[in-house]
Design a protein around this ligand. Structure first.
Ligand SMILES: Cc1cc2nc3c(=O)[nH]c(=O)nc-3n(C[C@H](O)[C@H](O)[C@H](O)COP(=O)(O)OP(=O)(O)OC[C@H]3O[C@@H](n4cnc5c(N)ncnc54)[C@H](O)[C@@H]3O)c2cc1C
Length: 467
């Protein structure tokens, strides 16, 4: 992989590092200017929309603002979901009474983990001091939510404090369930197994990929809901590109085992565009396979393949490098508490449009932990946070929730170093703003936007409530 410092420096250094020629890049100066134009247009439209929403939320009379200030709003989980919704509320009513319950002192920019695994970002690129993320006026309880007590409108913290609220925003996210694959915990301690869903493990993966000398590289995609459904593919494709550029590709079999029937079934147009590109690169896609166990002694991944009639068949795949993806679950107080219901895998039970809890009208959900069926991404939160903030204001002022979330999400699919397909889609899997993104094309513009722009959007636009 070469000098990591170079790789880290910038997207263009990465291109140099992986020696893509002008011809490989397939883009002329004229085209580049055109794409920059599209990008600028996208930013204008996105910024304009955000600005409009921001202005709209400020149309509150001073008597309404006084009413809103009296409501005690508690946010469970101070990450991108909880903090963006809270910041949006504070932008509308600067003296709103907002308390955030969040145990961590360091915030991780998780969308950057893929780039850590790929050798583009370093650890320090994805860590923020948690304290620096709170807007002035937000109160911070540095503790875990131990239990929700919604009938009493309060939360019990791990430290034993009872925190009462008038309105509650739940943004606890989702976490990997390391017990969902037999022997996964032990396998992750070996020199052949790592994944990018944890910062330390992303750093390990980067080393394993760099030192890989060929053989079977096996990547998997889990069953159930997935945090950033694009990430397992992105790391597969970037790794393949890395080994190609380093001359190791002809001695490497790249296997991608997925539980799904195709690469990107959620958005058919993207699926149809990306699948032939990936197949042309010789990546071996295995559909309808779930990873059940890992045999560490023989370095074998054991899958169950679901046949057409629903029957299972065991498939054994030897590996020299394994990137396994376990299933996801919500944190303990949510999955075993009163705010979920049967059949939604421990997620927060919300109306998928208003994001209001289905049983408790003063509770709203934002981000990965909410059972909306939408993609679990920060891009989703950009669209959900204003809905949550707007509907809480509606409730305080005695109105029905009037803001609706349409399922919109986005994905920067990093197909290879220096190339990205960017797209937004809705609940139905329809592409949004196709004319801006040109979503079925791999472009350098969107790679640069992913590497250099999205973290700023996350930290400075979203977390400051300008959504
Ligand atoms: C490898 C990877 C790649 C990704 N790529 C992208 C991408 O390219 N684009 C994109 O938009 N998104 C991407 N994402 C997804 C994105 O990071 C998540 O969707 C986003 O972080 C979800 O935000 P959240 O606030 O809902 O939850 P999280 O960010 O997971 O935060 C949950 C918060 O709740 C806190 N918490 C947990 N339990 C408790 C408790 N009991 N009490 C109090 N607080 C608690 C945690 O400390 C944390 O701060 C990626 C994620 C990963 C892992």
């Amino acid at each position: 992989m070469g000098d990591e410092k170079n790789i880290h420096n910038s997207g263009s250094e990465t291109l140099k590092e992986h020696s893509l020629t002008e011809k490989d890049q397939g883009i002329s100066r004229k085209q580049a200017l055109k794409y920059i134009g599209y990008g600028a247009g996208g930013l204008l439209v996105g910024g304009g929309t955000g600005f409009y929403g921001y202005r709209k939320s400020l149309q509150i009379s001073s008597s309404e603002a006084d009413q809103i200030k009296k409501a005690k709003i508690v946010v469970a989980g101070g990450s991108i979901g909880g903090l963006t919704a809270a910041a949006r509320l504070l932008r509308a009513v600067p003296d709103a009474d907002i308390t955030v319950i969040e145990p961590r002192e360091q915030h991780h920019y998780q969308p950057g983990y893929t780039l850590v695994g790929a050798g583009v970002y370093n650890r320090e690129d994805v860590i923020f001091d948690q304290k620096s993320l709170f807007l002035s006026g937000m109160k911070w309880i540095k503790d875990y939510v131990q239990a929700f007590e919604p009938d009493q409108n309060r939360i019990l913290t791990r430290g034993g404090e009872r925190v009462s609220y008038d309105y509650l925003i739940v943004g606890l996210g989702v976490e990997t369930n390391l017990d969902s694959i037999e022997n996964l915990r032990e396998a992750l301690q070996t020199d052949y197994v790592a994944n990018i869903y944890d910062l330390k493990s992303s750093e390990k993966y980067r080393q394993l990929a760099k030192n890989f000398e060929g053989g079977n590289a096996v990547f998997t995609y889990p069953a159930g809901y997935v945090k950033c459904g694009g990430a397992p593919q992105k790391i597969t494709w970037l790794s393949e590109d890395l080994w190609r550029n380093e001359g190791k590709r002809d001695r490497t079999n790249v296997h991608f085992y997925t539980t799904r029937p195709s690469l990107f079934p959620v958005v058919p147009k993207v699926d149809q565009a990306v699948t032939p590109l990936i197949e042309k690169r010789g990546i071996l896609n295995h559909y309808n396979h779930v990873l059940r166990a890992i045999d560490i002694s023989t370095r074998t991944a054991i899958f169950e393949e679901t046949g057409e009639n629903g029957t299972g068949r065991e498939i054994r795949q030897p590996y020299d490098l394994l990137h396994p993806m376990p299933a996801f679950q919500t944190p303990e107080p949510l999955r075993n508490g009163p705010l979920t219901r049967e059949g939604i895998g421990g997620q927060l039970s919300v109306d998928r449009q208003t994001l209001q809890h289905t049983q408790y009208s003063n509770i709203f959900g934002v981000g990965d932990n909410a059972a909306t069926g939408a993609a679990k991404t920060a891009a989703t939160i950009r669209k959900q946070a204003p809905v949550v903030a707007g509907n809480i204001i509606d409730q305080i002022l005695g109105h029905e929730p009037s803001n609706n979330y349409d399922g919109a999400s986005g994905c920067p699919l990093l197909t290879r170093y220096g190339r990205c397909m960017m797209f937004e889609f809705d609940y139905q899997g329809n592409l949004i703003n196709e004319w801006i993104y040109r979503p079925t094309q791999e472009t350098r513009l969107w790679w640069n936007f992913k590497v250099h722009g999205l973290k700023r959007l996350y930290r400075h636009v979203m977390m400051n409530g300008y959504v």
